[in-house]
Structures are given as structure tokens and as C-alpha cells.
Design a protein. Structure first.
Lengths: 369, 309
């Protein structure tokens, strides 16, 4: 690929090109595929944020968290409580978003403190149970005191507004008509860049190396003087914080939340993104998140395809989505455990055994020779 | 007092079903140190297959007595689930036996999603009613009602559990299973075919799950493609409560969890002054699971094992 090599030699030019592409993307997509696809882009960014957050827990520290969506839900509900007519509170977003992230982080510590002593698979079950408990409470805390409005969820949540500039309206800027989906795209992009920056810096920090050590061998890590409990707690809290932040943004973007958005399948989908893309590798995780948000949308065309070939829709494409995710998880683990775009190091680790085996069998032949 | 005894009986009935499912988790964990996430889905498949067969039988031979029809459903569902359990082990777990711990866990989650969605594609999203084929009599004990079905569920579970206990303690296969659980390598050196022992464990566990699936759908009168998830989680909690890897523990944990859940759901309204109602029933299992894991990770009957990986 001569173009790639050309750009690799000129990182600044590449950066500018990527920036221009990202800035123009919603307009290109909106013009090419239709306006609904701009919203898909917004969701893709939201999931990138979530996947990067979960990646800290699963990819960096190697702790399988199956209730991650609970933190997302906490962030979203806090935003709805503090900025909607439900309690009559209308705090500005710059106050509510950090509060939501903080609340999720606190819950991360509360959940992590008793459970992180446990082995990985116990942790998976307990986090899964935690996710379900949060959902059950959100579903049922509408009586006798109406806190969550139960299964109906809460609506009319305040959109994000910078001063008088509300992101929920269409604005005219330089003669362009910029809709709310476009505006949220830029907001989410900014947050994604922030989360990416934090995740990258964390990875290369002392804490990041401690996480990697724990992931590879906890006993050895603690022998090296790492306070494994606190470092794992930090990973948990950090991941939860990002989840809470994304939740707040989701609530503001949708204007409506209900417990249905925060089921176990959502947690599993975020996990899929990480596994598919490449655990612990930021570009891979982003790729996974974008793929898994965009592909289900593209699956809609499968319905049209069925109609064209069979004359009717035999299998609802929406029903196929989870089935395909499940198959993808199994097949990835069996055949490409490092993910689609792994870091070079991890790829080497996972295939080191093959090399050793090949080497050994080769030397066996030598001996026979 | 009547309510107390009634809830106690309901809890024991439900608990004996939990115990059957918990046995599957605990046996697999004892041997492979792996949580078979797809186990709840095997239970669901058992219920669904049995219901499909029952429906077909009722269509073909409407004059057959109800008990025979249900028995026919069970006789098909159990082998189907045994095959399923065998396939799960072969396809998703065996190739990953030496992979990092996270890998089989993720394939297990993948499998349970696949099974759920396959069931949804075959049988649809709606609840399927269990036809009223079983006898409906009721006894009265100490002012509480116990139905024939409830009595039957408890009796069958206890019989099956005794049979399992006998298999594990007294037969050659059982001895091989216990040896494999202690050390796979040494068992293999002693001439135990470890792979077939592991396969047998999955097959036995799946058979128990199929039975439990039929029981639970007969008890509630409903089956649903999503029913395995919560049932599996609760059964896993029961296994942990009793001490995972310990067969007697799974039985005890299942019964205890059933009773705690029933009593909790019956009294939570009074205890919390009406703030929380019986729809929080499902929370108890997780709550107990967390408490056990914090204060006694080895469970009630489990030996002390290192909780760190």
C-alpha cells in the first residue's frame, strides 16, 4: 500500500487528513446514506466510549465485568433525575455529567471492594448479578415513591445546551443547516478523544503497567510489590466512571431512558466489541465498537434481500443480530483469540505456543534425521 | 404461621429444582474449574423440546393419558439435552482447555446467546403454556396446601439426587470423576480416560438440567426462550452457596436458596414497611451470592480453597 507508507512517513499530514475526514464524516454520511445514518454515527461514538471504558477493566486489568451496563444506567438515570421535569430539577450538563461519572465510579468501588478478591469467573457472575439488580430496581422503584418511573422510563430529559446554544435544535452555521445529530456527533467526538487520550496515557503509566502485570500473573505482580487489590479497584472505578459519563451523554442525546436500554445483552454487546476488535488495544477496540454498531444497521438490508429472493421475510433481521454476535464470540475465541486488530505484542503472545511447537517438532525431525 | 409453612413448602419445591440445575454447575466446576455459562440455556432447551413433543403428541394421539404425554416429552427432551451438553463441551470448551481463563468463559457466553436465539427463532418470542395434563389434587398439611405436582417434583428430585450420589460415590465412572476432579494429570496416568469422563460429566449435568427444565415449566405452567438465564443464575448462586464443586453442597444450597427466596418474597413487604414488594424476589439470589462470596467464598460445605487465581 504505497499511500499508507507515504502517510506513515508524514505523521502530521496523516493527522490533518484524519481530522478533516472525521469533521466531514457526518456530512458525507448524511448526504450519501441518509440522515438516519448520522444518528447511527452518534451511537457508534457512544459505544466507542463505552468500549474504551470497559477495555480498561477487561483489556488492561483482565477482569471480566459482565454488568458494565449498570454503570451506564447509573449515569443516565442520574442525568435524568437532575435534569428533567421528573423531580423538577434542571441543572446544567457540566454539573450533571461529572456527578454521573462520579456516582458510577463510587458504585464501581462499592461493587469491586468485596468481589475483587475473587477469581475471575466469580467476578463475572457477581457483576452480572449486579447489572440485573440495578435493572430490577429501575424497573420497580416507581412505587410507593416514584423514583425511576418504572418500566415506562423517564422522558423530556434536558438536552445539552452551551449557554443559549441548544444541541437539540437545527442551527444555521455559515449557510449550512446543521441538525442536532450533527451537533451531538461533534460533542461525542470530543468526548471520545478525551477518553481515548486518558486511556492511552493510562496504558503507558505506572498504573497501566501494574494492570498488565496483574492481568498476566497476579501472584507474580503482588510479589513485585503491586498492591493488587487497590490497583484492581482503580481499574474498576475508572471503567465505571467512563460508563457513567457515557450514560449521561446517552440520556441527554435520547431525551428518554427506560430500563430496557440497560439489559444484560447491552453489556454483552460491549464485551463483544472489545473481544472482536482486540482486547487491550485501543484502535482495535474502536474498530470493534464501530463495526458492531454499524453492522446491525446494515443487517436491515438482509430483510430486503430475503424479500427479493424468497418473496417474504422468513427471519426478522433484528432477531438475527444477537445470534450472529454469539457465533462471532465463539468463533473469535476458537480461531482468532487476539481479535481483528490486536497489538503486536498480544498477537505474538497468543501465537508463541505455535512457534514453540513448530520449533520443537522441527528439532524432533532433526534428531530422527 | 400458615403463610410461613406455605412459603416453606413452596420454597422447598422450587429449591429442589434449583438443586438439580446447581448440580450441573458444580459437577463441571469440580472437574474443569469452569463455569458452564450455557447450563441455564440447556435447562431452557429441555423445557422447550419437552413442550414441543408434548404438543405434537397431543395432536397425534389426543386420547393418551396426560401423564404418559408428559413422560413422552421428558423421554425425548433428556436425550436431546444430553447430546447438546456433549456438543457444547466438544465444540466450545475442549479446544480451549489450555487457553487463558477468559477464553472459555467468553465462548460460554457466546454459546448461551446462540442457544437463546436459536430457541427464539424456533419457538418465537411469546410465552408457551404448559398444557394442563398433570393431575391437580391437593393435600393439606398444617394448614398449608401442597399439590400433587409439588410433591412429585420434590420426590423426583430427591430420587435423581440419590441416584447421582450413588453414581459418584459407588460406581467406576464416579470414581474416575472424583479422581479427575482432584488432578487431571494424575488421573490420566492411572488410566482414566479424562476426555470421556469430562464428556460424561457434561452429559449427566445436561440430563439433570433437562429434567429441571420440564419441572420448572410444569410448575409455573410457562416456558420462554429467556427462562434459562435467571434460572441458571439462581442455580449458580445455589451452587456457590453450598460450596461449588461439592455435590452435597449443591443440593443443600439449592434447597436453602429456594426457601430463602420464598420466605423473603413473602415477608419483604412487611419488613421494609411496604417500600419493597414481592417483585424483588429475584434480587435475593444475587444478594446471597454476594454475601457468600464476601464472607465465605468456599460456601457452606466446600473445603477451603484458595480464592486467588
Amino acid at each position: 500500500m504505497p499511500i499508507v507508507n507515504y502517510l506513515r512517513a508524514r505523521p502530521r499530514l496523516a493527522l490533518v487528513l484524519v481530522a478533516v475526514l472525521l469533521a466531514a464524516l457526518p456530512f458525507l454520511v448524511g448526504a450519501g446514506l441518509g440522515k438516519s445514518w448520522v444518528r447511527v454515527l452518534d451511537f457508534a461514538l457512544l459505544y466507542v466510549m463505552l468500549a474504551l471504558g470497559l477495555n480498561i477493566v477487561v483489556g488492561y486489568a483482565g477482569l471480566l465485568d459482565l454488568g458494565y451496563v449498570a454503570f451506564y444506567a447509573l449515569g443516565a438515570y442520574l442525568y435524568a433525575w437532575l435534569a428533567s421535569p421528573h423531580f423538577g430539577l434542571h441543572l446544567p450538563f457540566w454539573a450533571v455529567l461529572p456527578l454521573g461519572a462520579l456516582l458510577a465510579g463510587v458504585f464501581g468501588v462499592l461493587l469491586g471492594a468485596p468481589t475483587l478478591r475473587l477469581r475471575g469467573d466469580y467476578l463475572a457472575i457477581v457483576t452480572l448479578g449486579f447489572g440485573e439488580i440495578i435493572r430490577i430496581f429501575m424497573n420497580n422503584l416507581n412505587a410507593p415513591v416514584n423514583i425511576t418511573n418504572g418500566p415506562q422510563g423517564m422522558n423530556l430529559i434536558d438536552p445539552i445546551a452551551l449557554g443559549g446554544f441548544a444541541l437539540s435544535k437545527t442551527h444555521q452555521i455559515f449557510g449550512f443547516s446543521v441538525s442536532n445529530a450533527h451537533l451531538y456527533y461533534y460533542l461525542f467526538l470530543a468526548f471520545v478523544l478525551l477518553v481515548m487520550f486518558v486511556a492511552l496515557r493510562l496504558q503507558d503509566s505506572r498504573i497501566g503497567r501494574a494492570w498488565a502485570a496483574i492481568r498476566e500473573d497476579e501472584l507474580a505482580a503482588s510479589a513485585m510489590g503491586i498492591d493488587t487489590r487497590n490497583v484492581k479497584l482503580l481499574a474498576f472505578a475508572m471503567g465505571a466512571t467512563f460508563g457513567g459519563l457515557a450514560g449521561g451523554l446517552f440520556a441527554a442525546f435520547q431525551g428518554f431512558i427506560s430500563p430496557e436500554s440497560f439489559g444484560l445483552m447491552e453489556s454483552i454487546m460491549i464485551l463483544c466489541m472489545i473481544v472482536l476488535g482486540g482486547m487491550g488495544h485501543i484502535p482495535g477496540v474502536i474498530l470493534g465498537a464501530v463495526l458492531l454498531t454499524v453492522l446491525p444497521e446494515a443487517l436491515r438490508y438482509v430483510g430486503d434481500l430475503q424479500r427479493a429472493v424468497l418473496g417474504h421475510v422468513a427471519v426478522d433481521p433484528a432477531d438475527l443480530r444477537m445470534l450472529l454476535f454469539g457465533c462471532a464470540l465463539i468463533l473469535m475465541m476458537l480461531y482468532r483469540p487476539e481479535g481483528l486488530w490486536p497489538s503486536r505484542q498480544r498477537k505474538r503472545e497468543l501465537h508463541a505456543e505455535d512457534e514453540v511447537a513448530a520449533h520443537e517438532s522441527a528439532s524432533l525431525y532433526d534428531a530422527r534425521g | 404461621m400458615d403463610i410461613f409453612i406455605q412459603q416453606l413448602i413452596n420454597g422447598l419445591v422450587l429449591g429442589s429444582i434449583y438443586a438439580l440445575v446447581a448440580l450441573g454447575y458444580t459437577m463441571v466446576y469440580g472437574i474443569l474449574e469452569l463455569i458452564n455459562f450455557a447450563h441455564g440455556e440447556v435447562t431452557m432447551m429441555g423445557a422447550m423440546v419437552a413442550l414441543a413433543v408434548i404438543g405434537a403428541l397431543m395432536g397425534v394421539a389426543p386420547d393418551l393419558p396426560g401423564v404418559v404425554v408428559v413422560l413422552g416429552g421428558v423421554l425425548i427432551a433428556v436425550p436431546v439435552c444430553m447430546l447438546l451438553g456433549f456438543g457444547i463441551e466438544r465444540l466450545a470448551y475442549r479446544p480451549l482447555r489450555n487457553a487463558p481463563r477468559l477464553a472459555p468463559l467468553i465462548t460460554a457466553i457466546g454459546l448461551s446467546i446462540v442457544l437463546q436465539n436459536v430457541a427464539m427463532l424456533i419457538w418465537g418470542r411469546q410465552y408457551i403454556a404448559f398444557p394442563p395434563l398433570l393431575p391437580k389434587g391437593q393435600f393439606e398439611i398444617l394448614g398449608a396446601h401442597i399439590s400433587v405436582l409439588q410433591l412429585f417434583i420434590v420426590a423426583l428430585s430427591v430420587t435423581v439426587m440419590l441416584g447421582l450420589w450413588f453414581t459418584v460415590q459407588k460406581t467406576r465412572l464416579g470414581r474416575a470423576m472424583r479422581a479427575t476432579a482432584q488432578s487431571r494429570e494424575v488421573a490420566a496416568l492411572m488410566g482414566v480416560n479424562v476426555n470421556s469422563v469430562i464428556a460424561a460429566t457434561f452429559i449427566i449435568g445436561s440430563a439433570l438440567a433437562a429434567l429441571a427444565g420440564v419441572m420448572v415449566s410444569a410448575y409455573y405452567g410457562l416456558a420462554h426462550y429467556y427462562m434459562g438465564f435467571l434460572l441458571g443464575l439462581k442455580a449458580f448462586s445455589a451452587a456457590v452457596l453450598g460450596g461449588i464443586g461439592n455435590i452435597a453442597g449443591a443440593m443443600l444450597g439449592g434447597l436453602l436458596l429456594g426457601v430463602i427466596e420464598a420466605l423473603g418474597a413473602g415477608y419483604i413487604g412487611d419488613l421494609s414497611g411496604g417500600f419493597l414488594g414481592s417483585h424483588y424476589q429475584d434480587v435475593f439470589a444475587f444478594f446471597i451470592l454476594s454475601l457468600v462470596l464476601v464472607f465465605r467464598p468456599s460456601g457452606l460445605l466446600g473445603e477451603r480453597v484458595a480464592s486467588r487465581a
